[in-house]
Ligand binder design. Structure first.
Ligand SMILES: *Cc1c(COP(=O)(O)O)cnc(C)c1O
Length: 371
C-alpha cells in the first residue's frame, strides 16, 4: 500500500512550504562564492552580539532540558510588552504558535479564512488539519492597496463553521498593511466563534503612524491572538523563537497541545538578551528604512511595478514570468524569492539587505534584464 493513500485526507494533497534557497546549496550547485541571499527576510546585520553571548553561555549545559515553561523569557517579554506572563505562549518560531492555533481550533468540520497572497503557512496548516480554506480575494487596487488584504471580502468569506481568521499585518510577501481603524472595525465585527490571529512577524519594522499595535486590542477583542517572532528584526531565525500574546484562557488552550520543550535553551537565552539590545534593533530598523527607499526608487526607475512595502522586503513585478529571472539571478550569485506559489507568477520578492547587498542585487538585476 502506498503510504500516501494512508495519510489523512488533508495531507494527501498537501504541497509543502518552499523555503528560500540556502547559500550552501547554491554554492554546491554552481560552485559560486560570495553569494548574496535576500530570500528569507533575514536581518542583514545578524543577531545582536548580546544574544550570541547569551546563547554561548548555555552551551556547557546542553545536557539539561530547557525550561519548558520559558519562565525567564516570558517575564522579560511581559515587562517589555506591558502584558502578563500568563498571556504569552512561546513557540519554535511563531510558525509553531500558528500550528498550535490550528491544532486547537481547526478540524475536518471547520474552516479558516485568510486572504489571497497571504503568508503561505496559513493554507498549509489549515489543510493539514482537514479544515476548509476559505480564501478571500485580495484588493484589486480600487479600494485599498493592490494585492493587500481586503477585510470586506474576508468578512464575506466567513461561514458558520469558520473558527480561525488569519491576518498578516504587514503581510508577507506583499508588504502591505492594514491601518488601525480598519483592522479594529474588522475585529470588532467578527462573530464570537471566530478566533482572529493577527500575525505581526514584521511589527518592529513598520514606521507608519496609522499602523496598529494589535496588543492594544487584546482588552476589547477577547479571543484575539497576536503572534510575533525573533526571526526577523531580532535576527534569530536560525534559533527558532516566536510567541503569541492572548488572553490567559487562550494561552492555556495553546499550552495543552504544545510540545513540552518546544523552545531550546540557547534560543530562550538569546531571545531574552536580544530584547535588551535596543540599540541593535534601532540600527536594524534604520538600515531597513534606508534600504527600503533605495530599492523602491531603484526598481521604480527601472520601470518595474513595486508593491509599496512596510516590511524588510519588497515585492515587484518583473514584467515577465519570474522563474527565469530568478534562475538568472542565481547564476549571478543573488538569491531572491519567486512567488508564483502565492498566485503572483511574475513577481519576485527581495529582502532589504545591507547597502552593498542591495547594490549587488540591483547590478545583477540590470545584467539579467538587459540580457
Ligand atoms: C517569517 C514569517 C513568520 C514566522 O517566522 P518564524 O521564523 O516561524 O517566527 C510568520 N508570519 C509571517 C508573515 C512571516 O513572514
Amino acid at each position: 500500500m502506498q503510504p500516501s493513500t494512508l495519510a489523512v485526507p488533508g495531507v494527501q494533497t498537501l504541497t509543502p512550504y518552499i523555503p528560500g534557497k540556502p547559500i550552501g546549496e547554491l554554492e554546491r550547485e554552481l560552485g559560486l562564492r560570495h553569494i548574496v541571499k535576500l530570500a528569507s527576510n533575514e536581518n542583514p546585520l545578524g543577531p545582536s552580539p548580546l544574544a550570541l553571548e547569551a546563547a554561548a553561555r548555555v552551551l556547557p549545559e546542553l545536557h539539561l532540558y530547557p525550561d519548558g515553561g520559558g519562565f525567564e523569557l516570558k517575564a522579560t517579554l511581559a515587562r517589555t510588552l506591558g502584558v502578563n506572563p500568563e498571556q504569552i505562549t512561546l513557540g519554535n518560531g511563531s510558525n509553531d504558535v500558528l500550528e498550535l492555533v490550528a491544532r486547537v481550533f481547526l478540524c475536518g468540520e471547520a474552516s479558516a479564512v485568510f486572504s489571497e497572497h497571504a503568508f503561505a503557512v496559513y493554507p498549509i496548516l489549515t489543510q493539514a488539519t482537514g479544515a476548509r480554506a476559505l480564501v478571500a480575494p485580495a484588493h484589486d487596487g480600487s479600494r485599498g492597496p493592490h494585492h493587500g488584504h481586503d477585510l470586506e471580502a474576508m468578512t464575506r468569506a466567513i461561514r458558520p463553521d469558520t473558527r480561525v481568521v488569519f491576518i498578516a499585518n504587514p503581510n508577507n510577501p506583499t508588504g502591505t498593511y492594514l491601518g488601525k481603524f480598519e483592522l479594529e472595525n474588522f475585529l470588532r465585527s467578527l462573530p464570537e466563534q471566530v478566533i482572529p490571529v493577527v500575525d505581526e512577524a514584521y511589527f518592529e519594522y513598520v514606521r507608519k503612524p496609522d499602523y496598529p499595535d494589535a496588543l492594544t486590542l487584546l482588552s476589547t477583542i477577547p479571543n484575539l491572538i497576536v503572534t510575533r517572532t525573533f526571526s526577523k528584526a531580532y535576527g534569530l531565525a536560525g534559533l527558532r523563537v516566536g510567541y503569541s500574546v492572548s488572553s490567559p484562557a487562550m494561552a492555556d488552550l495553546l499550552n495543552r497541545v504544545r510540545q513540552p520543550f518546544n523552545v531550546n535553551a540557547p534560543a530562550l537565552e538569546a531571545a531574552r538578551a536580544a530584547l535588551g539590545d535596543v540599540e541593535h534593533l534601532v540600527r536594524t530598523v534604520r538600515l531597513n528604512d534606508a534600504g527600503l527607499s533605495v530599492l523602491t526608487k531603484a526598481l521604480t526607475q527601472r520601470g518595474l511595478q513595486v508593491i509599496p512595502s512596510v516590511g524588510n522586503f519588497i515585492t515587484f513585478d518583473a514584467g515577465q514570468p519570474s522563474g527565469p529571472v530568478y534562475a538568472a539571478l542565481l547564476r549571478e550569485g543573488v538569491i531572491v524569492r519567486p512567488i508564483g506559489n502565492y498566485g503572483l507568477p511574475n513577481h519576485l520578492r527581495v529582502t532589504v539587505g545591507t547597502e552593498d547587498e542591495n547594490q549587488a542585487f540591483l547590478g545583477a538585476l540590470d545584467r539579467v534584464l538587459m540580457a
